[in-house]
Design a protein around this ligand. Structure first.
Ligand code: PHE
Length: 455
């Protein structure tokens, strides 16, 4: 047991892994992965995504967790302490602060999308979707998006839920939420895959996700795949750094990283195997885009046996995935605020309120501002506020912060200190990871940006 007033920690290794996997598994796995993979032609994209996970995002994830463990504080403070420990000149806390801004940016669109999932879950609970004419699903989505007040309300509900969990101490709030929601999510997901296998076209789904098809290897495709890898692990905003600061000394980082990445990958692929068999069996295009989970799937729910129940299970799953991630997005700012005199409940409400206000930009982009491009004059024509926020955070803040973490761990801190903080029994594994963090990941991220600028 920890003494009262001591730095908080998770109760066990498993509790940490569940919470961290909860952070990683989120809307990105279900809402994001399926449509990005669908839009980019399946197999080839998945391969690049796997390589990006293994050689860029995964090692950076471990670097971020390690900074949290070594600094044992909120991201700006942890980074500041590490900077002071070696007397570096550049301001490391700035990276932490940019991350905190990033958490609010992610939350701002997360809340709106999760809000729609909650709303759809409620409709399914009342027996909705089953037997509806196709037009009713299209109208439901259109009506929701034409009603900014409804979107804002659901976003507020989602943020209130997130704040409620985070306002408790770590063990009672974040840890318990993960322990309840993650196993439920896994059970529902496996159930859905089995259901899809029986009702849908599993063969085509497997071929689509894992088979090789004609694919254009553009720099855009690489950016999407790497951006998705960073987003899905949640590297780069300080979420996992904050959780890392709460982990016990007995956690073995390489093993923990392996399990978290494996679970994250499992959920993304299983979500694909739950969704695409139904998509193919019903003859809709896999490239339906971001609307896949709110338009394509619900249309399918209207036609299949037990549609309302399947729809409810699916949207509940989506909501749980979102909540276990949003709490990890609220935790860093709350950790920073509570380093002063502020209490957790107040900090959680204030930051959730801030994220809610920021979410109004996405609400606007989905409704009246659908064709408003705020930064068109700066050359970002065609991008709504939502697009700017989403792409800004996943394609810039996440990979660039990830790069900074790699450089800190790989170059700035002393190798022996890093080695001691891991701890990693296998010397060869350490050497391999250290080389990836020092050289391969930074080079890959740099190449990506050069490619994006030139492409
Ligand atoms: N990993 C989460 C997802 O896949 C999103 C997330 C991003 C969580 C950044 C934490 C930090 O949806």
């Amino acid at each position: 047991m920890q003494a009262k007033g001591a730095y908080p920690s998770f109760t066990s290794r498993l509790a940490f892994i569940i919470a961290a996997a909860g952070s990683a598994v989120g809307l990105g796995n279900v809402w994001g992965f399926t449509y990005v993979a669908g839009a980019n032609g399946g197999g080839g994209f998945v391969l690049i995504y796997l390589l990006a996970l293994a050689f860029v995002a995964g090692p950076a994830f471990m670097a971020e967790m390690l900074i949290g463990r070594m600094g044992k504080a909120s991201p700006p403070t942890a980074l500041g302490e590490l900077q002071a420990s070696i007397g570096a000149k550049l301001s490391w806390p700035t990276i932490g602060w940019i991350g905190l801004v990033g958490t609010i940016m992610v939350l701002s669109f997360y809340a709106v999308i999760a809000g729609q999932a909650m709303y759809y879950g409620l409709i399914a609970l009342q027996g909705g979707f089953a037997g509806w004419p196709e037009g009713a699903v299209v109208a439901l989505d259109a009506d929701f998006k034409a009603d900014p007040l409804a979107m804002a309300l659901w976003s507020a509900v989602f943020m209130a839920f997130t704040a409620a969990i985070v306002s408790f101490d770590i063990r009672t709030g974040i840890e318990r939420a993960g322990k309840v929601m993650m196993p439920t999510l896994f059970v529902m997901l496996i159930g859905l895959v089995i259901y899809s296998g029986q009702t849908g076209d599993m063969g085509r789904a497997v071929d689509f996700l894992f088979g090789f098809h004609e694919i254009n290897f553009t720099s855009r495709l690489f950016l999407e795949a790497v951006g998705q890898a960073f987003f899905t692990l949640g590297v780069g905003v300080g979420g996992i750094m904050t959780y890392g600061s709460y982990m016990g000394d007995d956690v073995k980082l390489p093993r923990a990283t392996f399990w978290i990445v494996a679970m994250d990958l499992f959920v993304a692929l299983a979500a694909g195997l739950a969704i695409f068999p139904l998509v193919f069996a019903s003859g809709v295009e896999p490239t339906a885009g971001p609307g896949l989970v709110f338009l394509t799937l619900p249309i399918i729910f209207t036609e299949i046996p037990g549609g309302a129940f399947v729809a409810f299970a699916f949207f509940l799953l989506l909501t749980f995935a979102a909540v276990t991630s949003s709490i990890s997005l609220l935790a860093p700012t709350v950790a920073r605020m509570t380093e002063g005199r502020t209490g957790r409940p107040f900090a959680a409400c204030l930051m959730a309120g801030t994220a809610f206000i920021a979410s109004l930009a996405t609400v606007y982009s989905f409704s009246d501002g659908r064709e408003v491009y705020p930064l068109a004059a700066l050359g970002f024509d065609g991008l709504t506020a939502f697009d700017l926020i989403r792409e800004g955070v996943s394609n810039f803040i996440l990979p660039l912060s990830g790069l900074a973490y790699c450089l800190i761990i790989g170059w700035a801190l002393r190798r022996d200190d890093v080695r001691a903080a891991l701890p990693m029994a296998d010397g060869r594994l350490f050497t391999l990871w250290y080389m990836v963090v020092r050289i391969i990941a930074p080079l890959a991220i740099t190449a990506l940006f050069i490619g994006a600028v030139l492409g």
